[in-house]
Design a protein. Structure first.
Length: 255
């Protein structure tokens, strides 16, 4: 696991976008696994800037998203399909037919999970998977559990996750309680993984993820077993790691 120091959120976003852009430049037909939420917004803005400058071309790329809320249509402004269109897809030249997100309106959970796994397999797997990390260690919507999930599945969201997501909805009762998500096994099958984290609130879970035991109660800890993981985090998120395991962090200033 390569953990890279960023001075702040802007620096983090620039470094993460550069990693994704390099992937696309080296392999124009890359399959990108993409994430939603506040963490990747700056990365997507920087990718749009690189596209506008003519530095990266997404015409041959394919994209598969980590997750989607159950019960929200792609037209709902809180759906992840809407998020991706507004914050990345409509600003670059990726073809709409090459963007894939679980169908939150499909009530046949087994069929939808099977369909999504088949899409990923038909694309040849994921070249680079972008991740954020939840305060409880979830990646995608893989919540702390007694075992690691293998494939795309429907999950009941933890109260902590629902609470965190409630800031995006007018009323807490409007927050979806279930979501489709790639499984841990699906994520771990990606050739490369890029995880980003910002803010002091992520410091404790980053320490657990990178230096703690590998256990399903901290889902992101499984990333320690992947052969090609890059973590880019700002100095606030890396505070505890730099204090307790500074040898794990690359590029941190010498104090």
């Amino acid at each position: 696991m390569n953990i890279i120091y960023a001075e702040d959120y802007a620096d983090l976003s620039r470094k993460a976008a550069n990693q994704i852009a390099a992937q696309v430049i080296l392999k124009p037909e890359s399959v990108l696994g993409l994430a939603t939420g506040s963490s990747p917004l700056g990365t997507y803005r920087r990718l749009i800037e690189l596209y506008d400058a003519g530095d990266v071309d997404f015409a041959a790329c394919r994209a598969v998203n980590l997750d989607e809320y159950c019960g929200l249509s792609e037209q709902n402004d809180q759906s992840y399909a809407y998020f991706m269109r507004e914050n990345l897809f409509r600003h670059i030249n990726i073809r709409p037919e090459n963007t894939h997100i679980p169908d939150g309106m499909n009530r046949d959970m087994e069929a939808e999970c099977r369909r999504y796994e088949e899409i990923i397999a038909s694309l040849g797997g994921i070249d680079l998977q972008l991740l954020g990390i939840g305060h409880n260690g979830h990646i995608g919507f893989n919540e702390p559990d007694s075992s690691f999930s293998r494939y795309t599945h429907c999950v009941e969201l933890a109260k902590q996750t629902v609470d965190a997501n409630s800031r995006f909805f007018a009323k807490r009762e409007d927050v979806p309680t279930h979501a489709y998500t790639m499984g841990i096994g699906t994520i771990m099958a990606a050739n490369k993984i890029l995880l980003i984290a910002s803010g002091e609130g992520k410091a404790h879970i980053l320490l657990e993820m990178a230096a703690g035991p590998i256990c399903p109660q901290v889902p992101a800890s499984i990333l320690q077993l992947h052969s090609d993981v890059t973590v880019i985090a700002d100095k606030d998120a890396l505070g505890l790691l730099m204090e307790k395991a500074p040898h794990l962090v690359t590029g941190a200033p010498v104090v």
